[in-house]
Write a protein that binds this ligand. Sequence first.
Ligand code: FPP
Length: 317
Amino acid sequence: MSPTHSHPATLESLGPVTAEESRLLEKLDLERLPRHIAVIMDGNGRWAQKRHFPRVAGHRAGTQSARTTIETCARLHVEALTLYAFSVENWRRPKTEVEFLMALLREYIRKEMPLLQKNNIRMRFLGRADELPEAVQRDTREATEALSRNTGMVLNVALNYGGRAEIVDALNNILRARARSNGHNHRVAQGESSSPAAFPNNSSSRAESAERGISLSSPDSENGHDPHPVFHPITEDELARHLYTGDLPDPDLLIRTSGEMRVSNFLLWQIAYAEIFVTETLWPDFNRARLFEALLDYQRRERRYGAIAPPSRAASR
Ligand code: FPP
């Protein structure tokens, strides 16, 4: 992904801050912020229940926390923010709650468009779009298009999203592309059409074809199937490129509100090395100060990616 900002964020861009926020910000290093933050926004129902409100009131209150988090992250020049809005499992909720959530999302997109534009935010939706109601599909497509020329933070909204489904979709897309490509090369081999690069004979082109999963041995059986197909393993890079998050860096920080210690089928591949921050705060109570606490906690961690600590630090243990 191309860098979105050539200069670090400044505190002035956050506007007026409270005394609590100011105390936290003093300790925050703006040059060591996560590039990508992912959030499991949990606890809306409990927030509402505590107040004897219907559950959906919690979801509505949660949109304010989403707004604050989105705007603050954009102003801090975070490259990507991914919010878990609706999982593939959430269809099991009562029909009225599902319908409310879909309507709330549509309302949110419409109402927040000026804020998203003002903050130069791009917006994408991660998940199986074709299973969403038509109106939601249309609104999400239009929002992505309307914000596509912006150059700032990428806001991903995970909608009808499942981490396992995402990996399966990526693998199926790779297989589909390979099948298409193999079909093409088979036709070329049969003399149907021919371009010099399409069926190359030199070793570097052979390597390129192998990367695309194309067999260069000629099909020679009656029905055109290669009796000795070449096995081209899928690589980590290839799989990662086909995930919904495609060109984005993996999340450095995963925040989960309301105290549950689970990842709930969220970004399973991408969070391999993410720092996980779980807070007891319920999502509708998650404000800027709570976000700064999560960022400070992240900055206290030592990220090793499977390696050992640098010698100076290891020696002092
Ligand atoms: C989990 O709380 C929350 C959700 C399933 C929906 C999250 C949606 C929003 C906050 C609406 C706005 C979203 C965007 C992106 C604008 P829960 O209902 O599981 O809470 P509980 O565990 O206390 O029952």
